[in-house]
Each structure stands twice: as structure tokens, then as C-alpha cells.
Write a protein that binds this ligand. Structure first.
Ligand code: WT7
Length: 656
């Protein structure tokens, strides 16, 4: 990381907004002034201007019991009504909401009127299955219009969705279903990935099978199955229902009822520093306000004219906030793409941009870096002139990738917004406003209007300009997480205890302020890795590794990787009996695959090093810092606190 910082410090390129862009931009400089003058008044205005409230709120924030917040607490709204019905009522029913492109070339254009109709029917189906306000529904779907419709139907009836990324394994799905106590799972037979149908339903069947002896009471009563892949599926009579049958038969007469602003909207599981994923809880009014606000002012969405595309899967928070909720609350037209960027050819994304005339494009640095590797000729073969704004999210974007993105994809003229936020923050917190801010390649720059952040030292003292430290949020914000599902203590402990004296939210990221006060993110300071913009916990992968019978002990670190930002590197001690019977290469391959099956392919280690010992302190704590040195091919740092200082030379020799 230190080489990274040195590099960033020398970055001096600046890009001022083009006057024509600035003149038409939604986000303007006066927003900062208004928010600085009266922060809560500002957020009250945003909530009233951007959303429809069935019952207006009288209080913006109740922070009398920190860190448990209530935003717009006495207001009532319906999230789905805000994303759908009101646009139809305003006469925009014929506007396209979703420009869906299947990986296999299938196409569907879904208007706001059609999506509203579909969501009403699905809401009727859910109610018929006994789902009501507060019940949990797991969603395990590919990127198809039904995924968005499912989320909105759950929201419409005041229930809580827990979307599980389709790339997660049956075990991961089961853990999430159990933790949330989901009554219903919405899934598909399969979806297209990398040129073929990848089945989903079998993972649901496996997750729900054979609870005998597990001590867990099955919470799931029904499985609603979308037909997409056309693949054969097993069927459990009485439990499983086809979406196309149930939804077609259901009434589209469904009036959206108001729910309290703090009604839970969704749970989304994310990796923390322990082995058990945390169910991050978000609620309705505050979340939707900041989702809609940031999508308007940061992505500069003009709903009447723009074609917007956020490439995130709905299994991640970016897909929640910037595919489903933000753009639909704003009445935008967006592309939804099912598949991988390189199927059936490496220019697929650029082809989609050309085909639909995408004007706003939001993706992750890891994707940009992998396109850089393939070369500029591939995007060069498509007409990308419709693009007028590019965004980045999920991990630090290095200045080279930023410059390539602007030059090759953005025809040397589009603004680039580098947006910092987290599953926990619910929406963008730090970013340039594209019509206002002079941008710097590699820096996320400034908190958005209404958000207060700082960089502090371990004692919570501001480090000041020109210095590095820990990123904190110093005031509550509308889309903040409201807790960890079922674990209020872990919520307080994880995010609020470190700076309890100051009342700051601890984000877990290192950051530096430059001489202008702009923020440069430096990566996680805890045992959380960021691989291709996805969060993985070292502990979670370690516990998967030791769950394999060949493993005696394991330590996992995030090692820097040119394309994926970080990659998983595992150091594993193998049981003697296995070492004798298997080759190290064979064992490494087996374990790599095993982790993929246990958690999901994204967690599969890039490297598995078979070692004899792990570096530990006298109190038995594994020194991951030293393993990271080895995995990144650096000279090993200070080993004096090790119980056995010779260990590292043995490991280094073995790894080489
Ligand atoms: C972590 C949150 C934000 C939605 C997708 C990831 C890292 C995120 C940036 C950025 C540097 C970033 C942080 C953060 N991160 N955006 N623009 N620059 N780092 O959400 O899975 O909750 O991960 O991603 O380390 O803590 P997430």
C-alpha cells in the first residue's frame, strides 16, 4: 500500500467541468451552501421534493438514542409507489423503465406502466402466500426484469427483502435464509452466464433440503420460480410455484398502502471481520431520499432524456441503490444486462452502450482495469459518443485506470465521478458533483452536500490537511444502516464503539486529506478484503478452508492484484496424512475449488500456499501483515514480535 500512496501523492492532473455540462447539471454549488447552513432542513427539503409522502413528516431526524436513528420518523410513504405508480399517474407510464438485454441476445423493453402492473400482480401473489409487513423474502435471481419487480413487490407490501447474489453457493444462501428467517424464496430455473444456462433452482433445493438434525426449524414456506433458463428443475409440490402461472392469474388491482418511514426495507448481507456475514438493515424514507438525491445530483440523471446504466448486480448494494431504488424513484430509463462483459465477445458492454445510446455509465475499477488489459481497440470498434458521464464505485480507482476510462471510454471529455460509499452507508457519501467539482484522477474528493465526514487519528482527533488516518462520518445521514439484523450489540460495537467519545461512525477505511482537503481512499484498515469491488472477510474464507478435512490451519490475506484490486491469498497447513498421499499442486487446486463451493466462486483464492507453519505472535495471533509481504513478493517486514522469528524465512523459502 505504501507504494500506492507515494504514487497518489504525485498526481497533479485536474479536470474542470465543461461549461456546457455545468450549465445543464442537476447538482449545483448552492446545494453545499444550503446544506452547510441548515443540514437537517436541507435533508427535509430533499425528502419532500424527491418523494411522495402519504403522511408528511414533521421531524427530520430523531437522534435522541444514538446510534439508533429515526429519519422522517412520523412520515409515511410507500417505496414502490414512489418508484412506479406516481410516474404513471404523472403521465409518464409509456416511458421505458428497463431496457433489458439478456446475455443470449433476448430483449425486453418494460415501461413504467408495465412494470407497475407487474409489481402489483406480484404483490397480490405475495399476499396470497401469506407474506405481510415485516416478513422476510429471499431473492436469488439473475439480472432479469423480474429481479427488480420482486424487490419492488416486497417493498410494496411492507415486507423486507434479502437479495442473495446468484453467484453465492447453496450454503451461503442457506445461512442467509436462516439468519433472516425468510418465509419465501424467489428464484429462477437458471440464467445465462458465460454463454450457457447456469442453474439457480438446484441451489435453493439444496439449501432447503435435509434440515434433519440441523436443529434449524425451516422458515421457508414457498419458492416462487421464474422461468428464464428453460433448464429442467426438480419440483416440490405444495412448496414451489411458477412465477408465470401465479403472476398471470393474480389481480393487478393493488393499491399501495402507506408504511412508516422507518419500516424496514431490506437486509443485505456483507462480510465483516468475523466469519459470519452481517445482515445490514436499511429502512424506507431516509434510504430512498438519499438514493434518489445522489442518483440525481451525482449521476446527473435527467429522466426525460438520459439512458442510464449501472452494471452492478442486484445482489450487491450498488444494484439496490443504483439499479432498483434511485433511478426508478427518479423515473429514469435504464439498461439492465443479464450476463458477463465478455460474452459472446469482449466488446459486449460497448455494443450495448452503442445500441441503446447509453449516456450515463457507472461501473467498477476492476472492470475498467480488465478492459485496459485487452486494449483500446475493442471499445474503439463501437460508437460511444452518447456517453456524457462516467462513474466508478467499489474500490479505489488508480489514476491510470481513471485516465484510461476518461480517454478511451469517455472520448477525453466526460466527467468521471469516483464515488465512495458502503453497504452500510446505503448511498453515495463522497464524490465530485460532475457539474461543479474540478476532478482529480484517483481521489473521491468531497462529501456530497448534507454529509459530514472527516479523517481522524486513532484517538479521534482530526489529522488535518496533508495527513492520513481513519475515515469517519461525523453526523448521522438519511440512508445510514439502522442496525445489523438480530444483533444490535454488534452494530454498536462494529461501527460506533471506536469513536464513542466523539459519536463518529467508523467506516473501516484508511484515507488521506490532500492540501485542498480532498479525500483519497487508501483501502480497508481491518481484515476485510476487496476483490473486484466485492467485500470478503479473511475470517470467512479461513473458516471455509479449515472446514476441509485436509486442512490443519489456514490464514488468508488480501494481496494486491493488478486487475482485481486485491486477490485472496491463502496460507494453509495440511494434515500429515494428506501431505503424504497428495501433491501440493493437487491439494491447492482442491482447496481453491472447495472455497468456491462453500462460499461462491468470487471467494476462490488466487493463490494457495501450502506451508508448514504460520507466523504468530506470542499470544497466538496470526500476523497477516507478514503474509501479505510474502504474497505481494516484498521483503518481509518487522518480525520481532513473532513467537518464533525463524518462521518467516521458512515460509518465504517454501512459497518461492
Ligand atoms: C468498501 C465498501 C460502495 C458500494 C460497493 C461496495 C470500498 C467503495 C470506493 C471508492 C475507494 C471504495 C471501501 C468501502 N470502496 N467505494 N470509490 N474508493 N474505496 O460496497 O461491499 O459495502 O464495500 O468498498 O473500502 O469500505 P461494500
Amino acid at each position: 500500500m505504501s507504494s500506492n500512496i507515494d504514487h497518489l501523492l504525485t498526481e497533479t492532473r485536474r479536470f474542470a467541468p465543461e461549461p456546457a455540462f455545468a450549465a445543464d447539471a442537476v447538482g449545483t454549488a448552492d446545494l453545499y451552501a444550503r446544506a452547510a447552513e441548515d443540514r437537517l432542513g436541507f435533508w427535509g427539503d430533499q425528502a419532500r421534493e424527491l418523494l411522495h409522502w402519504h403522511t408528511p413528516f414533521t421531524e427530520v431526524l430523531d437522534w435522541s438514542n444514538p446510534p439508533f436513528a429515526s429519519w422522517y420518523g412520523d412520515g409515511e410513504l410507500n417505496v414502490a409507489y414512489n418508484c412506479l405508480d406516481r410516474h404513471v399517474e404523472a403521465g409518464d407510464g409509456d416511458r421505458v423503465a428497463l431496457l433489458w438485454e439478456g446475455e443470449n441476445g433476448d430483449e425486453r423493453r418494460v415501461t413504467y406502466a408495465e412494470l407497475t402492473d407487474e409489481v402489483k400482480r406480484v404483490a397480490t401473489v405475495l399476499e396470497g402466500l401469506g407474506i405481510g409487513a415485516g416478513d422476510r423474502v429471499a431473492i436469488y435471481l439473475p439480472m432479469i426484469p423480474e429481479a427488480v419487480a420482486s424487490m419492488l413487490a416486497v417493498a410494496r407490501i411492507g415486507a423486507i427483502h434479502s437479495v442473495v447474489f446468484g453467484g453465492f453457493s447453496a450454503d451461503s444462501l442457506r445461512a442467509r435464509i436462516d439468519d433472516a428467517g425468510a418465509k419465501l424464496v424467489i428464484t429462477a430455473d437458471g440464467g445465462y452466464r458465460k454463454g450457457k444456462v447456469s442453474a439457480l433452482k438446484p441451489a435453493v433445493d439444496q439449501a432447503l433440503a435435509d434440515r434433519n438434525g440441523s436443529g434449524v426449524q425451516e422458515s421457508v414456506e414457498h419458492v416462487l420460480v421464474v422461468r428464464r433458463g428453460g433448464n429442467e428443475v426438480e419440483w416440490t409440490e405444495g412448496r414451489d410455484l411458477w412465477w408465470h402461472e401465479a403472476v398471470a392469474a393474480a389481480s393487478a388491482d393493488h393499491e399501495a398502502q402507506p408504511f412508516p418511514s422507518e419500516n424496514p426495507l431490506f437486509i443485505l448481507y456483507t462480510s465483516g471481520t468475523t466469519g459470519k456475514p452481517k445482515g445490514i438493515l436499511h429502512t424506507s424514507g431516509g434510504y430512498l431520499t438519499q438514493a434518489a438525491f445522489t442518483n440525481r445530483v451525482v449521476h446527473d440523471v435527467h429522466p426525460e432524456t438520459d439512458v442510464y446504466w449501472c452494471t452492478a448486480d442486484i445482489g450487491w448494494v450498488t444494484g439496490h441503490t443504483y439499479v432498483t431504488y434511485g433511478p426508478l424513484a427518479n423515473g429514469a430509463t435504464q439498461v439492465l444486462y443479464e450476463g458477463t462483459p465478455d460474452t459472446p465477445h469482449p466488446g459486449r458492454w460497448w455494443e450495448i452502450i452503442q445500441k441503446y445510446g447509453v449516456s450515463i455509465f457507472y461501473t467498477a475499477p476492476t472492470a475498467i482495469r480488465s478492459f485496459m488489459k485487452i486494449g483500446r481497440d475493442v471499445p474503439g470498434g463501437f460508437d460511444l459518443s452518447s456517453l456524457r458521464l462516467l462513474g466508478s464505485v467499489g474500490e479505489p480507482i488508480n489514476p491510470e485506470a481513471w485516465m484510461w476510462y476518461r480517454g478511451v471510454i469517455g472520448h477525453d471529455s466526460t466527467p468521471i465521478i469516483d464515488t465512495w460509499w458502503q453497504t452500510e452507508t446505503g448511498a453515495i457519501m463522497i464524490s465530485a458533483l460532475p457539474g461543479v467539482t474540478e476532478t482529480k484522477p484517483g481521489s473521491a474528493q468531497v462529501p456530497i452536500p448534507g454529509i459530514s465526514i472527516d479523517v481522524v487519528d486513532d484517538a479521534g482527533e482530526p489529522v488535518g490537511e496533508g495527513n492520513g488516518g481513519l475515515l469517519v462520518v461525523t453526523e448521522p445521514w438519511p440512508s445510514m444502516l439502522r442496525g445489523i439484523w438480530g444483533d444490535p450489540e454488534r452494530y454498536v460495537e462494529t461501527y460506533w464503539e471506536k469513536f464513542a467519545a466523539q459519536g463518529y461512525y467508523f467506516a473501516g477505511d484508511g484515507a488521506r486529506l490532500d492540501d485542498d482537503g480532498d479525500v483519497w481512499l487508501l483501502g480497508r484498515v481491518d481484515d476485510v478484503m476487496n476483490v473486484s469491488g466485492h467485500r470478503l472477510s479473511t475470517a470467512e474464507i479461513e473458516s471455509a478452508l479449515v472446514a476441509h478435512e485436509a486442512t490443519a490451519e489456514a490464514a488468508v490475506v488480501g494481496a494486491s492484484d493488478e486487475t482485481t484490486g486485491q486477490a485472496v491469498a491463502a496460507f494453509v497447513i495440511i494434515k500429515q496424512s494428506y501431505l503424504k498421499a497428495h501433491s501440493p499442486e493437487g491439494l491447492a487446486q482442491t482447496l481453491r475449488q472447495w472455497v468456491g463451493e462453500q462460499i461462491g466462486p468470487i471467494a476462490r483464492p488466487r493463490d494457495v500456499y501450502i506451508v508448514e507453519e504460520l507466523p504468530k505472535t506470542r499470544s497466538g495471533k496470526i500476523m497477516r501483515r507478514l503474509l501479505r509481504d510474502v504474497a505481494e513478493g516484498r521483503e518481509v517486514g518487522d518480525t520481532t514480535t513473532l513467537a518464533d522469528t525463524a518462521v518467516m524465512s521458512v515460509i518465504s523459502a517454501q512459497v518461492r
